[in-house]
Ligand binder design. Structure first.
Ligand SMILES: CCCCCCC/C=C/C(=O)SCCNC(=O)CCNC(=O)[C@H](O)C(C)(C)COP(=O)(O)OP(=O)(O)OC[C@H]1O[C@@H](n2cnc3c(N)ncnc32)[C@H](O)[C@@H]1OP(=O)(O)O
Ligand SMILES: NC(=O)C1=CN([C@@H]2O[C@H](COP(=O)(O)OP(=O)(O)OC[C@H]3O[C@@H](n4cnc5c(N)ncnc54)[C@H](OP(=O)(O)O)[C@@H]3O)[C@@H](O)[C@H]2O)C=CC1
Length: 272
């Protein structure tokens, strides 16, 4: 049996070329990590993807990586927490090409015990991971209704049972899950589907910046399958849910985490 190191590339692709020709997506957090991998896979499958994030240079790097692919990637930097600006950007993307798929991926938090989270810190994490997701999803609604499209929101493994050091983020993602299930009901009449995808530990630069290497190793060891989630497998799942095979998938929480959410799991690793 081969062992998998943290950074091994992983070929998770099972979907067919050209699957998303003439389709369009809006992806937040498109300049790095999971968001970039989602963009690359969707563009490879023929989609036109409109991406955002705050750092233009990271979005440009994503664009460079898509150059020889079947679809296309365009972008504009924006802070998803700036309500007027992000609503205008979603409108711009929607009016120019429509939106078949919205991926709410921009997000993050700091690890801290709840007793050390100030009200401002709490609000910042809720604003990024819950309020902005509502703003973007609502802004995309007219276009999703036209396309009978779908929404994938990136969540956290363990969202339904809690996680030490992540009270603010889990609260926000649980809010997104509640929103997702409610809108799956409200918008079913429009043919719109919404799902949450909850990765376990994904060794992106974003996470490495948040968690020191020894903690990363403990997170992976605490994953029953003993391996981290790769960005490619998250991307393939996003694409699957947007594909015709996902036609009846809505209101779901899919934890793609090697059983981390079942335990001993991430939830018992305290922030350091
Ligand atoms: C248990 C382990 C499970 C692991 C599973 C893996 C889980 C997830 C992995 C990932 O999400 S990877 C993505 C990683 N990237 C990030 O998370 C970075 C994202 N962070 C941010 O974007 C920002 O830090 C923020 C959280 C949105 C806050 O941004 P903002 O600019 O609004 O904040 P500030 O003005 O700097 O601070 C506001 C407020 O928050 C307090 N604060 C900030 N950092 C900390 C900290 N480390 N500990 C405690 N408090 C913190 C800060 O002090 C401010 O509060 P006041 O001091 O003014 O009261
Ligand atoms: N890595 C992991 O183990 C896991 C990650 N997740 C979640 O997956 C998502 C992607 O994380 P990951 O790829 O690992 O980490 P990254 O830090 O690489 O990704 C976060 C992305 O969100 C963007 N972003 C953050 N804040 C804003 C903002 N205010 N406005 C616009 N864009 C913003 C960042 O771009 P920029 O800084 O340029 O704005 C960045 O591209 C996050 O929601 C994360 O919490 C979930 C489970 C596990």
């Amino acid at each position: 049996m081969s062992s998998t190191s943290f950074n091994d590339p992983y070929d998770a692709s099972v979907l067919r070329d050209g699957l998303f020709a003439d389709r369009s997506a809006f992806v937040s957090g498109a300049g790095s990590g999971i968001g970039r991998a989602i963009v690359l896979r969707l563009v490879q499958l023929g989609m036109h993807v409109f991406g955002t994030g705050r750092r233009a240079e990271m979005l440009e790097e994503t664009a460079n990586l898509t150059k020889d692919m079947a679809g296309a990637f365009t972008y504009k930097p924006c802070n998803v927490r700036e309500t007027d600006a992000i609503e205008a950007l979603v409108r711009e993307a929607g009016e120019s090409r429509g939106i078949d798929l919205l991926v709410n991926n921009a997000g993050g938090q700091f690890f801290a015990p709840a007793a050390e989270i100030s009200r401002r810190g709490w609000d910042a994490v809720i604003d990024l991971n819950l309020n902005a997701v509502f703003t973007v999803t609502k802004a995309a609604y007219p276009y999703l209704r036209t396309s009978r499209g779908s929404v994938a929101s990136i969540s956290l493994s363990g969202v339904d049972r809690g996680s030490m050091g992540l009270a603010h983020s889990i609260a926000a993602r649980a809010g997104v899950l509640g929103m997702t299930r409610s809108l799956a009901l409200e918008w079913a009449k429009d043919g719109i589907r919404l799902n949450c995808i909850a990765p376990g530990t994904v060794v992106t630069e974003g996470l490495a910046g948040e968690a020191a290497r020894p903690m990363l190793e403990r997170l992976v060891e605490a994953t029953p399958m003993g391996i981290p989630t790769s960005v490619e497998e998250v991307a393939e799942l996003v694409a699957y849910l947007a594909s015709p095979a996902g036609r009846l998938m809505t209101g779901q929480l899919i934890q793609i985490d090697g059983a981390a959410h079942l335990g001993p799991g991430l939830h018992m690793i305290a922030a350091e």
